[in-house]
Write a protein that binds this ligand. Structure first.
Ligand code: ADP
Length: 595
């Protein structure tokens, strides 16, 4: 499409061109006419002059013809025109160009008829004698010796030449004028269309989502109104879009920050939306599955089955399923059919909740209850059995005493068990508050060693500590004491007589926690089989039940230690070789962040 400004310019040019052409032609005509009039007038005057200048002797016949022929030839140069003398009866008696005897009677010539009738005849006609357009002017002349017409004729060539010259000048002027007009009309057209072009370009930018585009026009007319309207439209689009974007952002951030997974399927089973939590739970990327069928989730076979059911029956779903990818987990699925306001079915909305931890805790709790009752039952059965025997009587004093000793030991054991269970449940339920204070480690361990020394001496075990004199750390002193009492008693318990137990403390740099303290409790005892290593921090887990029991263990010590280390934001691990001894390595940050 040609821009409107060119079409407008073209139209204006055609109009200007046509009117200039018309005016030019009219002017040329007027020019020609006036030129001819002037010529006629000149010729008339020349005839009058000739009449006045010439003698008209009384001559007849051949004499007259030769006289007037001569005269006409003489005067021809003067008048610069063909001169003809015609007698009253139309016979040519002298002509400057032709032989009069060969010329026909001129009475029927129009200029003569006119001259006769009106006193002057003038006509333009093609002369076959000369072969050009000629202007003829004839006047009736009546003198003593002449009664007839004097006629002058001139070629129109000179007139035409004049006209042509006029045309050249005028045409040149017209062309210059035309160029100026073209320029002016282009400017006019441009000034009319350029605001429209501006508005169009802004509208185009807005279509291409450039909502900052505005029309910059300072006009009060209709075009100014139009640009104001377009700017207002862009303003309102911008605000509306911002509202939509804000809402979208809000919705997006709600969806992405939810702990529950959201999965939205269209009525034909295509995945419409999936949030970050669902992505993580299902081990997929939204970009890969959006717009595709739910069957893309086929690695979750049971889940796909459920979705299929939901889509088919459009009923509510509340189920739990195990997922095996990307990690093994248990997911609760709540599905509802989504229905539009007009009742149309839109698809299914699924909420996915990872209930792995809840289920594991539940399982652990029931296992714990079972374990606890089992652990309590054994000493209780012993107490009950021996008490019954004693009540039955007939034992000698020594046996009775040993029975009473067993009852005492078992109730002591029960006591320890109950204390440890209570302690553990307190720690696990996070009901205990941490009381941090700066601890001078060498003082701390010296007093702890004094407590442990009797048990070590009893088994002739060498107890060594190595603590940097100047080292301080932040921690809950009671809980740290509990940790090391447990570890050191274990080390003494599970080491043969004459063995060695060593505690080393040093400052280290932990990658993610900065400065930290490392504690190593190392013994030369019986060690722990490789297969048991991963489990010894579990509650009630014991490598050798009877050995632990005989040494008074409850199977809860390391579990408590692990929890207490966790409370200090630290870590614990064990290295051991069967028969060679064990090392428990603890790392705790030097400073505790308040949480
Ligand atoms: P217990 O009260 O039985 O000692 P713990 O939780 O303290 O319970 O320890 C769990 C088990 O880990 C123990 O029964 C024992 O088999 C093993 N164990 C703990 N410390 C050591 C050690 N220093 N050397 C060898 N085995 C150990």
């Amino acid at each position: 499409m040609r821009p409107i400004r060119y079409r407008l310019t073209l139209m204006m040019m055609i109009l200007i061109g046509l009117s200039m052409l018309g005016a030019g032609m009219a002017m040329a005509n007027v020019f020609k006419d006036s030129h001819i009039d002037l010529q006629e007038e000149n010729m008339r005057r020349e005839i009058n002059l000739i009449q006045a200048m010439m003698d008209f002797p009384e001559l007849t016949g051949e004499e007259a013809v030769s006289y007037y022929t001569d005269k006409s030839k003489q005067l021809r140069t003067l008048a610069d025109a063909r001169l003809t003398f015609i007698s009253k009866d139309g016979v040519v008696i002298g002509d400057s160009e032709s032989d009069p005897s060969r010329m026909d009677n001129h009475l029927s010539r129009e200029e003569i008829i006119q001259a006769k009738a009106e006193g002057m005849g003038s006509i333009i006609r093609y002369s076959s004698t000369i072969g050009e357009d000629m202007i003829y002017v004839a006047l009736p002349v009546k003198e003593d010796g002449f009664d007839g017409f004097i006629r002058l004729s001139m070629s129109l060539k000179t007139v035409d030449q004049g006209v042509r010259q006029g045309w050249t000048v005028m045409g040149g002027g017209l062309i210059i004028l035309f160029v100026i007009a073209a320029f002016v009309s282009y400017r006019v057209a441009a000034s009319m269309t350029s605001p429209l072009e501006k508005i169009t370009s802004v509208a185009r930018r807005i279509t291409k989502r450039d909502y900052d585009a505005r029309v910059q026009l300072n006009r009060k007319d209709e075009i100014g109104q139009l640009s104001l309207a377009i700017n207002a439209m862009a303003d309102s689009l911008q605000t509306q879009l911002k509202t939509i974007r804000d809402n979208e952002d809000l919705l997006q951030s709600v969806l992405n920050n939810m702990t529950g997974g959201i999965l939205l399927l269209s009525y034909d089973g295509n995945i419409v939306l999936i949030n970050r939590a669902a992505e993580e739970m299902l081990g997929i990327k939204a970009d890969h599955v959006i717009g595709k069928s739910y069957r893309e989730l086929r690695q979750h076979y049971e889940l796909t089955k459920l979705i299929e059911q939901g889509l088919e029956h459009r009923n509510q779903i509340h189920e739990e399923r195990s997922l095996y990818f990307p990690v093994e987990s248990i997911v609760r699925l709540d599905g509802v059919a989504m229905v539009q306001d007009d009742g149309a079915y839109r698809g299914m909305l699924f909420l996915l909740q990872d209930v792995t931890d809840i289920r594991r805790l539940e399982r652990m709790r029931s296992e714990f209850v079972a374990n606890v009752s089992h652990e309590l039952k054994t000493p209780l059965a012993a107490v009950k059995g021996f008490a019954e025997t004693l009540l039955g009587g007939v034992q000698d004093e020594k046996t009775s005493r040993s029975f009473l000793q067993i009852i005492y030991d078992e109730s002591e054991r029960l006591n320890r068990l109950i204390r440890d269970i209570l302690e553990l449940s307190k720690i696990e339920s996070k009901r205990i508050a941490m009381e941090y204070s700066p601890i001078h480690l060498s003082t701390f361990f010296e007093s702890l060693m004094e407590l442990m020394q009797p048990a070590a001496d009893h088994k002739k075990i060498g107890l060594q500590i190595q603590v940097p004199e100047e080292l301080f750390m932040e921690g809950d002193e009671d809980k740290l004491r509990q940790i090391f009492t447990n570890l050191l008693s274990n080390a003494i318990n599970y080491t043969q007589e004459g063995g060695r137990v060593q505690l080393t403390v040093r400052e280290i740099h932990m990658i993610d926690h900065g400065e930290a303290v490392e504690f190593i409790v190392k013994d030369s005892g019986i060690g722990i089989p490789k297969k048991d290593l991963p489990r010894i921090f579990e509650r009630f887990y014991r490598v050798n039940k009877s050995r632990s029991r005989s040494s008074g263990g409850t199977g809860l010590g390391l579990s408590i230690v692990k929890h207490l280390v966790d409370l200090h934001h630290g870590s614990i691990r064990v290295e051991s070789e069967l028969g060679m001894g064990s090392s428990f390595i603890i790392e705790i940050p030097l400073l505790q962040e308040n949480d």
